[in-house]
Design a protein around this ligand. Structure first.
Ligand code: SF4
Ligand code: SF4
Ligand code: SF4
Length: 471
């Protein structure tokens, strides 16, 4: 479906996502464009198009209503197989924090899983070779994709410090263009801070806002708050000019503090992007949808926080609501990144940290060993097919082209199982459209799409590529 009519407070929003076009109309205009869209031969008497109205047609033509829709490729495995230039290393399930909502139950699993050097080296060698092969022999290579290494968790990557340092030094020695990023809780010691500031181009820093919320939701493993330690890392990165974004998780009992959290980030940090997500677990290690009441409140407070960020020139966003994206899959990680778990699996998602992950089965698409990286093409195809089947359930949703059926871990099952999260996505998307239209005097004619990251859109981790948030 390419056009949607969205009722709102007695008015109608007429929305064409693939033309990035939205405007407000009355019921008569909404009926007119709806009937106009019915394919000839399929209209019954009630749906038959009206005789053309010259004024309306002039307006529709002026706003590009019938212009060519934006195309987006179906996710496909290239004939010669994948050749990602982005490595993602899920380092360990240990952690120096005990966040109350941790999806991985990090630091508390009965068995510790740590990535070994042979696994890390194999993946780094693989992406460096892919990056080298992607260079044109006849060019100066200035446009070629540099290799990137992202450190992620299912634990805190910096607690596996020696391996991280070894990976950075090794990758740099092999290809000086190599770029480094990570998702981290920011609780580092002084020498770790110096190392990160010197070598990393991008950090997705998890921080839940005001001290009371951060300290309650993200305590240290031995107890005690972590706000001060995170702010020390923030100051170090600001001084060093490291690019970083803040990733904030909101729970039902902290939802009211969301605007305060964003205000604090705007006042005390130089982070340009602030990603806010509702929690997607109902305890450590347990994925769960959120209830409708929390979902509704989250969407309202999110828009308050968005306005706070807007006034301060910051980009506040939530991963599911992104009218600037027209895509066929929620994230590009399965096709653009070689994601390796600590126990040597190749997976399609940054959150599937090892065999201990409840999602490990369907997300495993290969192996990493001493001998290198080996994709299981059939398993990858099965995963992609499953994502498209999930997305098919969403055809009638006006977020179909943006949310694309949502993140594979946030909405692993049927659409009916994710009513809370879908409510947030739709309500925030609609509110953003309203704001865009208000800025344009009742008409929104699109934002430029920025490049989408190779990484995880649910955590704001770019996978070493360009960020893909709202312009
Ligand atoms: S959410 Fe991140 S920082 Fe918190 S316990 Fe889990 S892995 Fe550690
Ligand atoms: S139904 Fe839910 S998952 Fe599907 S596109 Fe809409 S908001 Fe996203
Ligand atoms: S966006 Fe979702 S599916 Fe994609 S890598 Fe992130 S958590 Fe995994």
């Amino acid at each position: 479906m390419d056009g949607y009519i969205l009722p709102l407070a007695g008015r109608q929003i007429i929305y064409r996502p693939r033309r990035r076009l939205a405007f407000v109309g009355n019921q008569a205009l909404a009926d007119y464009v709806r009937r106009r869209d019915v394919p000839s031969g399929k209209a019954d008497a009630a749906d038959a198009p009206d005789a053309p109205d010259a004024d309306v047609e002039r307006f529709l033509s002026a706003v590009g209503f019938d212009g060519p829709p934006l195309e987006c490729d179906q996710p496909e495995i290239p004939e010669r197989g994948l050749a990602p230039t982005s490595a993602v290393l899920l380092m360990t399930n240990r952690c120096n924090l005990r966040c109350v909502y941790c999806y991985a139950n990090a630091g508390a699993e009965p068995e510790t899983v740590e990535m070994g050097w042979p696994t890390a080296k194999s993946v780094i060698d693989y992406v460096i070779a892919n990056a080298a092969a992607s260079r044109s022999p006849n060019s100066s290579d200035s446009g070629a994709e540099p290799p990137s290494v992202t450190f992620h968790g299912g634990g805190e990557p910096t607690v596996h410090w020696e391996l991280m340092v070894r990976c950075v030094e090794y990758a740099k020695a092999r290809d000086a263009r190599a770029r480094f990023s990570m998702s981290s809780n920011g609780v580092w010691n002084a020498s770790q801070r110096r190392f990160v500031c010197r070598h990393f181009q991008n950090v997705s820093l998890s921080m839940d806002g005001v001290p009371q919320v951060q300290n309650r939701q993200r305590p240290a493993s031995g107890g005690g708050g972590t706000f001060d330690a995170v702010m020390e890392s923030v100051r170090a990165m600001d001084e060093a000019g490291v690019e970083y974004g803040i990733r904030m998780t909101v729970m039902a009992d902290s939802v009211g503090r969301m605007p305060d959290g964003v205000r604090l980030v705007c006042e005390k940090t130089q982070a340009r992007a602030i990603q806010i997500e509702p929690t997607f677990t109902d305890g450590r290690g347990r994925y769960a949808d959120i209830d409708m009441r929390f979902a509704d409140e989250f969407a309202d407070r999110f828009m308050d926080a968005w306005e706070v960020g807007r006034q301060a020139g910051r980009n506040v966003y939530y991963s599911g609501a992104r009218p600037w994206v027209v895509a066929s899959m929620f994230c590009q990680a399965p096709l653009k990144a070689a994601v390796a778990t600590a126990d040597g699996r190749l997976v399609t998602c940054f959150e599937v940290f090892s065999a201990q992950s409840p999602l490990a089965g369907g997300f495993t698409v290969g192996r990493v060993g001493d001998g290198g990286v080996e994709y299981d093409r059939q398993a990858l195809q099965r995963f992609l097919d499953a994502q498209q089947r999930r997305r098919e359930e969403c055809r009638d949703c006006f977020c179909y082209w943006h949310c694309c059926g949502d993140c594979a871990t946030r909405r692993p099952g049927r659409r009916s199982d994710s009513g809370g999260r879908c409510h947030v996505t739709r309500k925030v998307t609609l509110a953003l459209l309203q704001n865009y239209m208000a800025d344009g005097g009742g008409l929104w004619q699109g934002l430029q799409e920025t490049p989408r990251p190779a990484g995880c859109e649910a955590t704001g981790e770019t996978g070493g590529g360009a960020g893909g948030t709202a312009p």
